[in-house]
Design a protein around this ligand. Sequence first.
Ligand SMILES: Nc1ncnc2c1ncn2[C@@H]1O[C@H](COP(=O)(O)OP(=O)(O)OP(=O)(O)O)[C@@H](O)[C@H]1O
Length: 342
Amino acid sequence: MAANVALLSASSPSTSAAASSFLSRRPLSRGCAASPRRASSRLSIMAALGDDPIREWILTEGKAMQIKGTRSIGGGCINSAQRYDTDAGPFFVKTNSRIGPEMFEGEALGLKAMYDTKSIRVPLPYKVGSLPTGGSFIIMEFIEFGRSRGDQSALGRKLAEMHKAAKSDKGYGFHVDNTIGSTPQINTWTADWIEFYSKHRLGYQLELASRRYGDSAIYEKGQRLIKNIRPLFDGAVLEPCLLHGDLWSGNISSDTKGDPVILDPACYYGHNEAEFGMSWCAGFGGDFYNAYFQVMPKQPGFEKRRDLYLLYHYLNHYNLFGSGYRSSAMSIIEDYLHLLAA
Ligand SMILES: Nc1ncnc2c1ncn2[C@@H]1O[C@H](COP(=O)(O)OP(=O)(O)OP(=O)(O)O)[C@@H](O)[C@H]1O
């Protein structure tokens, strides 16, 4: 791991103004009354650190005097993850050697938005930047995970509290586009939820399938569904709630106190029920839903819309991982076409 860090050579990080303004900064902890000799040795240390923007941030704004060690953390598919142990506590760092900082800026904005709701625990993002080699990094609060899978009813309640706490006055969308897996996720602000979900979620994935696989059958049936989905929302109260956006078991954990923690979001403001779109690999049970609906009451037609929200993620899996997911997506589309007589 130390070798990895040494590879981060050359320039200092360039974080966009948008992301910088959202990320909280720890105050500088020292450096006020240093002697000239200490100051010059510090300057040479800082010059060397300019080659390594992660260490530079940890040793300045991160308030650490010393990095005691680093080690890799497995689990993610897209990025490499490391734990940095320092005298100021551990930091969690993800790096991507190919993609620029936009992906992590989106993640940081999402984490910060969820953090600010003071509902469910999420790691506080500290810093996003570019690596001199052309990749990027994100530094955030390190969370020590507990052993249990966590309390399902606490997860349901706190997730609902987050949905209830964070509403948007700009409509449906987010401050930036982000990614779902590695697929771009378009978050252009849109006043109408059905239009947003049709165009930027289902429509986007259908076009991708058509371009990637030449799959005109799923594209055409999917477009037919889009033109006919409005009745599925009859009686539902739609309002833009802050969603994690990619809530499956790999992004759900609990801390050492047993409190639920959610990670690695693809946040946007959307209809709260869309949060359950990954429920086919989230393991939500009765306790989860009962606790959720006590805070965010179930709306008329919930069951009718459930598969519609799964469809976005099945289509995304089809586009990411290939034909194994096509039949799940296609059968949802065909069932709806039948139900809607479309
Ligand atoms: N703040 C954190 N503190 C401690 N460990 C973390 C933190 N965030 C994530 N992890 C752990 O690090 C590993 C990788 O994180 P993550 O899933 O975010 O990586 P990723 O490559 O971006 O994910 P994916 O491939 O699933 O999109 C996971 O095992 C996760 O549990």
